[in-house]
Design a protein around this ligand. Sequence first.
Ligand code: AMP
Ligand code: MG
Length: 417
Amino acid sequence: MAKFTSGGCGGHHASAMTLESALDAVLKSVKVVAESESIGLLDAPGRILAQDVISAVNVPGHTNSAMDGYALRWEDTRSAEGTLLRVVGESFAGHPYAGASLRAGECIRIMTGAVVPESADTIVIQEDTQRDGDTIKFQIECRRGEHVRLAGEDIKLGTAVLPAGRKLRAADLGLLASVGVADVDVKRKVKVAYFSTGDELRAVGETLENGQIHDSNRYTLHAMLGEAGVEAIDLGVVRDDPAALRKAFAAAVERADVVVTSGGASVGEADYVTDILAELGQVSFWNVAMKPGRPLVFGKLHGAEFFGLPGNPVSVMVTFLQVVRPALAVMSGAPHAPPLRFRARAASRLHKKPGRMEFQRGILTCREGADPSVDITGRQGSGILRSVSQANCFIVLGLDSDSVEQGEWVTVEPFLS
Ligand code: AMP
Ligand code: MG
């Protein structure tokens, strides 16, 4: 089989694409899933809203008190000479005051969250008053409207509570419940079929013969796809055999919007993924200037997006997190959000050669009164999965950057899950 040498970026080193332009090409190429479905709130965490949610109610629903105290008419208050009012009733949370409108010189006892009657406009807090039988006295000056939460001041009836494209999290679910929304329209999940390639791979539980290893990529991919909120379709391990790979490619596109493979994408004798993608679909690029992460193949296979990730376990994680995850987010209907990155001081020297963008794995420490500091998690080989397991961030070193000396500022990208 002819080795793949065209269809994107030419030679192996000189014309590698930057990660930025590769990601740009991917995000321009992918399409948001069209279909949506209605689901109950309890099934909604992690799902993406298909349309704005409009509130059919005011939040709060009633003007209510923010404090325990007395509800009164502001015009009845004085300052220096003191205010004296008669307590004519009470309003408790869930038990509003049912009496007549307050008249001059009257107030009611009120608790936090209880309805403020229409004839009152201001709350004086309990600690500022002296009670004597059915009268209260206070010296302080009140502001009109003090400690009153107005109906609709949080969310106004008819306004958007959450926008389309929102990935629903805990606070969003609470917010939706607070406006009485029981079901939401969300995008259907993106379907991702994935498999590992390699004659040396054996599933967990199988005994290893000489030269065989356990397939770890399918497990990291399973977890990362789960965190990305997609429907993951596990197609197992496929041998380094063109016929078997063609069959697997066909089975994958039949069921999925996205195909993700690991291994076999390089230029070795037994690496067929790129060639078969060129044969059955289109290769958009296969050579990105990042480390770890080469080779990373991207293209189309019939209607599906195709990501051929490298075989090395760390490379799989880095390419997935930097390229596949943002693509899946956009396909799921969320707006693209660049990763959260900031600066920390290198706790030790970081070895780097110019020419590729590097994602070293680090442990970030933030202590009060000191600059954030980051150190690498030991040896950084692309086969050393412990370097990711122990890390809480990537140390992101730019394409042209050289080694970093201890104490210099570097960019870090914390792991958010
Ligand atoms: P390849 O890209 O197929 O040449 O693989 C590069 C390296 O990653 C080789 O050492 C493979 O044995 C290893 N590798 C490939 N796939 C997996 C996998 N699914 N799990 C663990 N290691 C793998
Ligand atoms: Mg291989």
